[in-house]
Write a protein of this length. Structure first.
Length: 245
């Protein structure tokens, strides 16, 4: 089920209907990262300019700025999940609508979240991601722990939030969270795949769109399996619209 969803998502991301959204999401992700880089580098330059060593030892000044640049590059890797969360919230419904229409044409389409609710969930996702990755960044200088902390934190967050975004188009968000918890194993495994994609330079810029596509397919497959099993817990409902309030 998960492997089939991964291949379907990869195919969808590169399909003609999704290319326009892919290009826009890549451009928005890159632009936000560039703004963060500019802001952090400007802040560091201002701090360094006021330090006495920058006047007395200009060579040390240049060396410190070089090291800071490398540090900012590493910091961007930890900030990327939060940026991806914002981008995902912005493009989630447009991408999910295309996937549902092309890969599940016989099913009624999901209902998009209102702009206000979408922004709230996107900001919540980004805020949680920023806090968790800030904690992981603190562990950066502990060998063997840094990468594990980064991977584990993002596997959980990416799996949880992308799945609930996809499931929330068909059921109330509280029920989407319950469904995610019920299938925590496969959702976490999907989150591990997204966290692995996040570690690949350049490719990680496509994480928002790939994550949406993956979770739309995974949610549909889980709902259909529940339906085939005759489940009565509500998770089999694939045609339930999320309430607008």
């Amino acid at each position: 089920m998960l492997i089939a969803s991964v291949f379907a998502a990869a195919r969808q991301v590169l399909s003609p209907p999704m290319r326009r959204i892919l290009l826009k999401s890549l451009a928005l992700t890159a632009a936000l990262l560039a703004l963060v880089w500019l802001g952090l580098s400007t802040l560091f330059r201002q701090v360094l300019a006021g330090h006495p060593l920058s006047v007395d030892y200009p060579i040390l000044d240049g060396f410190a700025f070089f090291l800071a640049g490398a540090g900012l590059f590493i910091a961007l890797a930890y900030i990327l999940p939060a940026v991806a969360a914002l981008v995902a919230g912005y493009f989630a419904d447009d991408a999910a609508e295309i996937i549902e229409r092309t890969d599940f044409p016989s099913d009624p389409p999901g209902q998009a979240l209102s702009l206000g609710r979408a922004m709230i969930y996107g900001l919540r996702f980004a805020g949680l991601s920023l806090l968790v990755n800030a904690a992981a960044l603190i562990l950066f200088f502990i060998p063997g722990v840094n990468l594990v902390a980064f991977f584990a934190a993002n596997a959980y967050l990416l799996g949880r939030e992308y799945f609930e975004l996809a499931a929330g188009r068909f059921r109330p968000m509280a029920e989407a969270a319950q469904m995610r918890a019920h299938h925590r194993g496969v959702v976490l495994a999907a989150g591990c795949i997204l966290a692995a994609v996040m570690l690949i330079p350049v490719v990680n810029l496509a994480t928002p769109l790939f994550g949406i596509a993956l979770m739309v397919h995974l949610h549909k497959r889980l709902a259909r399996r529940a339906l085939a099993d005759g489940r009565t817990d509500g998770f089999a409902r694939t045609q339930m619209r999320a309430p607008s309030s």
